[in-house]
Design a protein around this ligand. Structure first.
Ligand code: GLA
Length: 722
């Protein structure tokens, strides 16, 4: 059991394997948050509540001033209801804000969970347990349900909140976050993942909290290349391996906001959910609005422990079961091989060489329905001069070679130069007669069911009968003017996201149960919302392995390595920087591995090498799919980067060491391994050395001795328990 209710004290205690989350019903039927952190026994901890009296803080009771909504932790903080801190929700009934003092009415604890309608969510499993708290205003005009789902073994709690208009008035919502979380104290560092196109997640930022409000927000209609919805709060002394760390993420792929505020009493509040910028949702009588789900984790094992909790939760409970732990396709993707000059002959030429390289899936990227990026998107008509056999014929030819076939799509978009746009110029998101254009395309208005239906029909019709095993689903521009003639402006961004999820589900149903890889100009939509639909995401258009080290290392804070799609490429397409084959392989094998180059430019010897890489990847893929990641040395702070992947039973472990900027200095330092069983004896496959886990983890290895070949290749050492 993971959820307790102390009837007498009205205390709720949510317990995971290593954490406790406690709140209670207090004066005036308010919900007070008491604690989130390391697991504690089922005690009454109400003594921790702040009952000091502060001037200016308002209180409801005429007899006592000790309880004020402004000075205690809250599970939900409505604007204009006594709490003067950053509110987590803002709404009104018939234009009035007098409906915001919320009272606990009832609760429900049950095994399992209820799915979120139309939104991604952490899936049900054998251990999931749910708590729903019902709150209402005094007049009974609205009902609010706070939902907590406990995933005990992975130390994750999923939260979301719903509002229902039960009073028959018109309710307008201006902010509806997924959660409010208060901490007494502000002794935290905040960690966020920043970046930009070609540098997604690489800019890991860690700063101590300060008084004021910090907002991590995306307004691109996607989660964006620039800011990821992952956020962590950790003790100042927390590092990769120890120290209290709280991690948070959102199962959403659109505009989001996270506000971290430190108040005058030195308390910390974290609010996260859909961005409130430009948001305004009108709720008619009987309607409800549900927030996206947010996931919270706590670890005493620093940022590394936090990441491993998230990795386990994502693999076990967010990614579709049939793909999460299964070997991924080793693809050859046509994009960097031939960009828009791709043709059936070129794809078949790739296919003919693929098997020699240990590749199992040939992916036809952009260019099959258009000669360049300026026309055809939205029409989805195969260019038969380039692909005389059509997609169906090509897929059959690829299958006849014993390979699988994958295809690129960008279903949410339309080129200006397209039949679709000429016929339906109003089917795009826009706010003016001269809509802003980006990459010669517009975003289709998926708030309209007929548009979702058209796209799903057109694509499935075009691909009818084709034998497709894999889809790469792209999204290559930001939403800049989210206007729809049918919709109130403030609802468009979120309705667009709901339409996107609808389209994803529709096409998954129509095209069959295959692996979807999502993408958004590289990693512009790298989030848990997309991982609910696609087990892996193209991490970045930057395929220079030196840049990828930073991007992938950053992304691993929030996402399991198997979710990161990584390819062995020419390596120099984006930066012109040279790199060795071994280095390229080692970097790409960090995640789900594949190739993206013109195989005909490579010799038989090269291809034999590629085959070796593919085989090596397959041999070690178990560590990616189900192992634990230990980051040892960050590329951001050193001349090199090192990490380990360790199997859950601790019988296999692999150390990867990548040198980024060679200096003699590193040779005099040592590296201590992590995550091994101290009592097991390990044999190093490459050197034959036999040592205890305790020795490898405490004495470590001399870095200078790690190099068996060229320094610029990096090194991988594999350890098996003997
Ligand atoms: C995006 C993707 C690339 C490729 C191109 C095709 O940029 O990230 O991998 O698919 O689109 O237009």
């Amino acid at each position: 059991m993971s959820i307790w209710f102390n009837e007498q004290e009205k205390i709720f205690h949510l317990q995971t394997q290593n954490s406790s989350y406690v709140f209670c019903v207090v004066e005036h039927d308010a919900l007070e948050h008491l604690y989130y952190g390391k697991k504690i026994p089922n005690d009454n901890i109400k003594h921790i509540s702040n009952r000091q009296i502060y001037a200016h803080h308002a209180h409801e009771s005429r007899d006592s001033r000790v309880f004020s909504a402004s000075t205690v932790g809250l599970e939900i903080s409505p604007f204009n209801a006594g709490d003067i801190r950053t509110p987590s929700v803002v709404y009104d009934c018939d234009g009035k804000l007098d409906c915001n003092r919320l009272r606990y009415r009832a609760h429900k604890i049950y095994k399992g969970r209820t799915p979120l309608n139309g939104l991604p969510y952490s899936r049900e499993n054998d251990e999931a347990e749910s708590l729903e708290i019902l709150l209402t205003d005094d007049e009974g005009r609205i009902e609010i349900t706070l939902t907590y789902v406990v995933y005990a073994s992975v130390d994750v709690i999923a939260r979301s909140q719903k509002i229902k208009n039960v009073g028959g008035m018109s309710v307008s919502i201006q902010k509806w976050s997924s959660m409010c979380l208060d901490f007494y104290g502000a002794d935290f560092d905040m960690v966020t993942l920043n970046g930009m196109y070609l540098y997604e997640c690489a800019g890991l930022a860690r700063v101590p909290l300060q008084r004021g409000v910090f907002k991590n927000e995306s307004l691109t209609g996607t989660t964006s290349h620039n800011r990821n919805p992952f956020i962590a709060l950790c003790a100042h002394n927390a590092d990769e391996h120890s120290g209290e760390t709280y991690g948070f993420n959102l199962l959403y792929s659109g505009n989001f906001a996270e506000e971290v505020s430190v108040g005058s009493l030195g308390d910390t509040r974290l609010i996260m959910g859909i961005s409130d910028t430009g948001f305004c949702w009108s709720l008619k009588a009987g309607e409800e609005f549900v927030s996206p789900e947010t996931v919270l984790t706590y670890s005493e094992e620093g940022l590394g422990g936090m990441s491993r909790n998230f990795h386990d939760h994502i693999r076990q409970n967010i990614i579709e079961k049939e793909f999460a732990f299964s070997p991924r396709p080793i693809v050859i993707n046509s994009w960097e091989a031939s960009y828009f000059t791709v043709s059936e002959d070129k794809v078949l030429a790739l296919a003919a060489q693929a098997k020699d390289c240990g590749i199992d899936t040939v992916v036809l990227d952009d260019g099959w329905f258009r000669p360049h990026d300026q026309k055809g998107l939205g029409d989805w008509r195969t260019e038969t001069d380039k692909f005389p056999s059509g997609i169906k014929g090509l897929s059959e030819k690829i299958h006849a070679l014993g390979l699988k076939f994958g295809l690129w799509l960008e279903p949410e978009m339309v080129n200006e130069d397209s039949e679709l746009y000429r016929k339906h110029p109003d089917w795009i998101l826009s706010t003016s007669k001269t809509p802003l254009i980006s990459r010669f395309q517009y975003v289709l208005d998926l708030t309209r069911d007929e548009v979702v239906e058209y796209v799903a029909n057109r694509i499935s019709e075009e691909l009818q009968g084709a034998e497709i095993d894999y889809i790469k689903w792209d999204f290559n521009r930001y939403v800049t003017e989210a206007g729809s003639y049918q919709m109130p402006q403030g609802e468009v961004y979120h309705r667009q996201m709901l339409g996107t999820y609808k389209l994803l589900s529709a096409l998954k149903n129509r095209l069959g149960n295959m692996l979807f890889e999502t993408c958004s100009g590289g990693g512009g939509r790298f989030d848990l919302g997309m991982l609910f639909y696609s087990p892996q995401i193209w991490t970045s258009d930057n395929t220079d392995p030196y840049a990828r080290v930073y991007i992938q290392y950053g992304a691993s804070y929030a996402y399991p390595v198997s979710a990161l799609s990584c390819h062995f490429t020419r390596g120099d397409c984006t930066t012109g920087r040279p790199s060795t084959y071994d280095f390229r392989y080692r970097v790409a094998a960090f995640g789900s591995y594949g190739y993206e180059l013109d195989l005909s430019e490579y010799s038989a010897e090269d291809k034999a090498k590629f085959k070796q890489y593919s085989e090596q990847y397959r041999k070690d893929e178990d560590l990616n799919l189900s192992g634990d990641l230990y980051r040892l040395i960050s590329p951001r702070t050193d001349h090199f980067c090192a990490y380990m992947k360790v199997s859950k039973d601790k019988n296999k472990a692999q150390l990867t060491f990548l040198e980024l900027n060679a200096t003699g200095f590193v040779e005099s330092t040592t590296i201590k391994l992590k995550g091994l069983d101290p009592n097991k004896v390990y044999k190093n496959e490459e050197t034959g050395a036999i040592l205890h886990g305790a020795t490898l983890m405490n004495v470590g290895l001399r870095i200078g001795d790690l190099y068996r070949a060229k320094r610029e290749d990096g090194e991988v050492l594999t350890f098996y328990a003997v």
